[in-house]
Design a binder for this molecule. Structure first.
Ligand code: FDA
Length: 309
């Protein structure tokens, strides 16, 4: 129930204006957000790289309401890719299609993402398209397929284990060949007719989908898998299945979010696994921050204690 309340509040403009003006909330958001500028984010990535951790940089922004803002979001990503190249940090980028104008038009979002993916290709870099709420699943997968159809193979997508449709989506992506898929549990408020309401069912589906992604058939089709979770049970199940398949520890990757389970990130690197951390930055941190609170109400209690103090 608390999860639903935070996810509902994540769309509320009045609460957003209040929260983003409160210094304790801004301070606490820094636990999950690298900072407001690309300089802040690059400093975080550099420190991670020194510890053997790879990064994916995310410029916070979603649901833009005019084409100029969508173009500006694309320009920021081009700046990130140039900066990664110039500074030789080990990072790719993750972006949201609603930041690139998906609410305005599918073609606008496609043109903007195509520009970013094309610049990434000239830098030998990679673009991950995050998955947003189920309103966007079909359009996001269609844009991913269209990018692949016009010849880009430096782009990947995300599948959410809480959606009933995800097994069919993964099978279709595997069959098509060369898919690059991040598997996560899913962070949005979804109705019961689309998503498992019980966490145990999402977890079971996550393990099932992970096994599909790392199966011999998927590997034969050139699938690359990123297993994005902080959940020890999911990580252990992945390690066990990959070992059973005799998979090299560098043949797939684990991913986590900046500020969550840093020690576990480092332990995986020490054990020889590939580990990539999602590093968001920018001033539009509110919806991202609320999704992180929704995942773990203890975070909210911590924030409230600080506000009262
Ligand atoms: P679960 O929620 O069961 O948490 C397991 C344990 O991890 C908790 O017990 C706690 O210890 C720790 N933990 C988890 N969340 C925490 C938090 N916020 N604060 C502190 N501790 C926490 N979703 C989506 O819908 N679309 C997307 O594109 C992405 N992209 C993405 C990229 C990456 C790299 C990651 C790691 C995650 C995403 N997600 C996402 C978010 C994902 O769907 C999910 O909401 C979170 O990862 C939380 O789920 P867990 O798998 O960690 O398990």
């Amino acid at each position: 129930m608390l999860r639903d309340a935070f996810l509902t509040l994540s769309h509320n403009t009045a609460v957003r204006n209040l929260a983003t003006g409160l210094p304790p909330a801004r301070r606490f958001s820094r636990r999950f957000v690298a900072g407001e500028t690309l300089d802040d984010a690059i400093a975080v990535v550099r420190a991670m790289n020194q510890a053997g951790v790879l990064a994916t940089l995310d410029y916070l922004g979603e649901n833009v309401t005019n084409p100029a803002a969508a173009r500006a979001y694309a320009e920021e990503y081009i700046g990130i890719l140039d900066r990664i190249q110039r500074e030789q940090v080990k990072s790719n980028v993750s972006l949201k299609l609603t930041g690139l104008g998906l609410d305005l038009s599918t073609d606008l979002a496609f043109e903007n993402v195509r520009r970013v993916v094309s610049i990434a290709r000239t830098h030998d870099n990679f673009v991950r398209i995050d998955m947003e709420s189920s309103d966007y699943t079909d359009r996001t997968l269609a844009i991913y397929r269209r990018l692949r159809d016009v010849g880009f193979d430096n782009v990947g997508v995300v599948i959410q284990a809480y959606l009933y449709r995800s097994e069919a989506d993964i099978n279709a992506l595997i069959r098509r060949g060369g898919a690059n898929i991040r598997l996560c549990k899913g962070a949005y408020d979804e109705p019961e007719y689309l998503a498992f309401p019980r966490k145990a069912d999402t977890d079971a589906n996550f393990v099932h989908l992970m096994q599909l992604l790392l199966s011999p058939e998927a590997r034969q089709q050139g699938t690359y898998a990123a297993i994005a979770t902080h959940d020890d049970a999911m990580i252990t199940a992945t390690q066990a299945y990959a070992a059973e398949q005799d998979l090299d520890r560098q043949a797939y990757e684990f991913q986590m979010l900046h500020g969550i389970r840093t020690n576990a990130q480092l332990a995986l690197v020490r054990d020889g696994y590939k580990m990539r951390v999602y590093v968001p930055y920018g001033s539009h941190w509110y919806p991202y921050f609320m999704r992180r609170l929704a995942e773990r109400p203890a975070n909210m209690l911590f924030l409230l204690r600080n506000l009262v103090r």
